[in-house]
Design a protein around this ligand. Structure first.
Ligand code: ADP
Length: 472
């Protein structure tokens, strides 16, 4: 039963069936054409023979001369030698002359026959097939005699019989061979699919290391096998990343919790002074603050990853950035940093407003956090390819080239000693939000000179014209 459900059986079945139908149609057509050709050639030979016989007949005053013999005795052997079998029938139904296998052929009524015709009959004694051509000899509009020429059809019918048996045998055999060929071909082509099925069955979330590792052939199945391996690789990586993320998150959550427990157990050891309790509470506040920031960041990251389907709001980035920069100005000024803004009137995208605020807030946060003096610049422009660029640059400490490829990784922090507060999640959240908006973030940095983050976001379709018009 399993075999019937297999693709290779169906492939073989359909190959054989289609070929069978095509071959039967071709066989019928060929057989019919050959039979028609043979009949036509027999009939034209008979017509020629009849005219040869008629040309030897002599007439006078509408009567056959020498009606007893019809064809003169001298000419009859000639015709016989030519292989012509003929019969001449007089007006009153007498056979004047007969050469050939006419024994069982009934004598037609001469006067009834005005037009020549062909007929096939089987000799009742020999059972041989014959073709007869009957031609009336017309004189003064009257049929005065009939000439019948006849030809043995044994050879033709034998040839047709042979052709028929060849077709009967060869067509099913050919279809069978095609089916078998189809089966073997499908078997060869589909073997990797069976391997894919077995591998897929073996795979579980715990072990994503299995690969097909089939030798690559550039065809449908080869590409499928390769895509399958690539998909496994991606899944494997993302599961490993997830595991790492959980490990990092638990570690980062545990650190402030351990600190809190330590503070509490220390304070409970003995009676403390009022100042000591106050200091302990301050320390606890700091640790819970870290916990809160971390859990909020984790929540934001999860939200950013799952917000891909909510990019439906029409957001004017310029207004959003202007408002955001307003709220960051006091923080920058508190650090004596200048804040420069260079934004066009309007840049519209489809997206989620809250996520976008989070994205740019994280970049501005970092710019202020990692810059000691100088300025923060926030600018935006419209690219020709339908992408909008938002640039956040600072004149801060910069990022060393060896750290640059990792800063978007979760929990990655350049300064592990954490002299600056942070979770190492800000940039991964920003990158995730950009990705959810079908955009990306690029970074350029020179240590000691500053860092520039460029956010690319796709512009809302149809809004380009309005903007170009606005600028002109
Ligand atoms: P954090 O919470 O540590 O700021 P982020 O994911 O936001 O985490 O950033 C990752 C690391 O990238 C930071 O620890 C910091 O070292 C570096 N970084 C980010 N932005 C800047 C910047 N504007 N200037 C210098 N370094 C930066």
């Amino acid at each position: 039963m399993k075999l019937f459900k297999s693709l290779r059986f169906r492939f073989a079945f359909w190959t054989a069936s289609i070929l069978l139908i095509a071959l039967v149609a071709f066989g019928v057509y060929m057989y019919e054409s050959v039979a028609r050709e043979l009949n036509a050639s027999v009939d034209s030979t008979l017509a020629l023979n009849a005219s040869q016989v008629i040309s030897t007949l002599n007439f006078e005053n509408g009567q056959l001369i020498n009606p007893e013999s019809g064809v003169s005795q001298a000419e009859a052997p000639d015709l016989f030698e030519l292989g012509i079998s003929f019969r001449i029938i007089s007006q009153d139904g007498r056979v004047l002359q007969s050469l050939g296998p006419f024994k069982s052929l009934p004598i037609p009524e001469t006067s009834d026959i005005q037009n020549s015709f062909y007929a096939t009959y089987t000799d009742s004694t020999t059972l041989k097939p014959f073709r007869v051509y009957t031609v009336p000899v017309i004189e003064n509009g009257r049929s005065i005699a009939l000439v019948q020429v006849v030809r043995d059809l044994t050879n033709e019918q034998g040839a047709l019989l042979r052709l028929r048996s060849i077709l009967w045998f060869s067509i099913p055999i050919l279809a069978l061979v095609a089916g078998l060929g189809g089966y073997l071909l499908a078997l060869k082509a589909l073997t990797p699919i069976d391997k894919i099925t077995r591998t897929a069955r073996r795979i579980s979330v715990e072990d994503l290391s299995s690969r097909l590792n089939l030798p690559y052939i550039d065809d449908e199945v080869g590409r499928l096998a390769r895509t399958f391996d690539e998909m496994l690789e991606r899944l494997d990586q993302s599961f490993r990343r997830e595991k790492q993320f959980i490990a990092d998150a638990s570690h980062d959550l545990r650190t402030p919790l351990t600190a809190i427990r330590a503070i509490i157990s220390m304070i409970l050891e003995k009676r403390r002074t009022g100042e000591e309790y106050e200091q302990a509470l301050r320390d606890l506040w700091e640790e819970t603050d870290r916990l809160q920031t971390l859990t909020e960041s984790l929540l934001q990251l999860v939200r950013a990853e799952s917000s891909k389907n909510q990019m439906v709001e029409t957001v004017d980035l310029c207004t959003l950035l202007r408002d955001l920069s307003e709220s960051y100005k006091p923080i920058a000024e508190a650090k004596s940093l200048e804040m420069a803004i260079d934004l066009p009137e309007r840049l519209v995208i489809n997206g989620d407003r809250d996520s976008l605020i989070r994205l740019f807030a994280n970049l501005l946060d970092n710019a202020i956090k990692y810059t000691m003096k100088g300025k923060i610049t926030l600018s935006a422009l419209e690219e020709r390819d339908g992408m909008i660029q938002v640039i956040v640059s600072d004149t801060g400490m910069g990022i060393a080239p060896e750290h640059l490829p990792h800063i978007f990784e979760r929990f990655y922090r350049v300064d592990k000693s954490r002299s600056e507060p942070g979770t190492g999640l800000g940039l991964s959240i920003a990158a995730e939000i950009a990705r959810a908006h079908r955009g990306r973030i690029e970074v350029k940095s020179v240590v000691g000179q500053g860092t520039t983050f460029i956010v690319f976001l796709p512009q809302k379709k149809g809004s380009g014209l309005a903007i170009t018009h606005f600028h002109s």
